[in-house]
Design a protein around this ligand. Structure first.
Ligand SMILES: O=C(O)c1cccc(C(=O)CC[C@H]2O[C@@H](n3cnc4c(=O)[nH]cnc43)[C@H](O)[C@@H]2O)c1
Length: 230
């Protein structure tokens, strides 16, 4: 189907809201809701921090209502030279970057261990429309792999290891793979976008610009109203 048909098919049916947005925390949910306003085709819920909590709570929501699209959204860390503070990264891949085994030769992803997969592919047909609407809202957008980690990167060595191992990695966060796995288990298309709040690298609380990232999430909320009108 053409993008427009896909877009229209995921927008809503019989005026029932068919698109679920999930964030980790209430502050992210509130920021997006401020942009969305009241007249919206989206349901939005906070599902907790980290891959496990977010997966469990997304499953609980999807058990109650069949959505046509799940969007994982929130703040995230940007890889230097790929995603600056205040921009948005749209996921081209959602990668559980710490799902595997350490070894003297380097990290071994779970696929190579023969125990499953660590890469999920979002609904790529939606990316052009989301990117276009975000850019029209004045947000710089990059489309790149978004990493899911259970631990926030806090050293230059770790940041470089991730960036060297996963070519083109744009951002890291803690919920995307959990939410995508939950959606996938219900055969529901999914995607992830992150408003960049901090550089991925040495832990430096002062480098976190959470307020700016929340402002980007609010702008994104406003832009989301336009995505399915095209
Ligand atoms: O280490 C700290 O002092 C600290 C201060 C504020 C927030 C944190 C978090 O761990 C927030 C995790 C939360 O935000 C997302 N997020 C944002 N940036 C990153 C990142 O660079 N790497 C991983 N997750 C990030 C994440 O999705 C969580 O929901 C720590």
């Amino acid at each position: 189907m053409a993008d427009k048909q896909i877009l229209s098919s995921v927008s809503y049916k019989n005026n029932e809201k068919q698109i679920l947005i999930v964030t980790a925390v209430e502050a992210e949910k509130n920021a997006i809701e401020r942009g969305l306003g009241s007249d919206t085709i989206y349901d939005i819920s906070s599902v907790g921090v980290g891959p496990v909590e977010s997966a469990i709570n997304t499953v609980k929501i999807l058990m109650k209502k069949k959505y046509s699209l799940v969007i994982c959204a929130g703040i995230g860390g940007g890889f230097p030279e790929r995603a600056e503070i205040g921009s948005i990264v749209l996921a081209s891949k959602i990668i559980a970057a710490d799902l595997g085994a350490e070894s003297p030769e380097g990290f071994i992803p779970v696929e190579e261990l023969g125990f499953g997969k660590s890469v999920l592919t979002p609904d790529l047909s939606l990316i052009p429309s989301f990117a276009d609407c975000f850019e029209k809202a004045g947000i710089n957008v990059a489309t790149a792999p978004i990493l899911t980690l259970a631990t926030v990167t806090g050293t230059l060595e770790k940041a470089e290891e991730l960036s060297n191992r996963i070519q083109g990695a744009g951002a890291e966060a803690m919920e995307g793979f959990g939410v995508a796995s939950a959606s996938n288990s219900f055969d529901i298309p999914f995607m992830e976008f992150r408003a960049i709040s901090n550089p991925v690298g040495p832990r430096d609380r002062h480098s976190w610009k959470i307020k700016e990232a929340m402002q980007t999430l609010e702008k994104a909320g406003t832009a989301l109203k336009e995505v399915f009108k095209q």
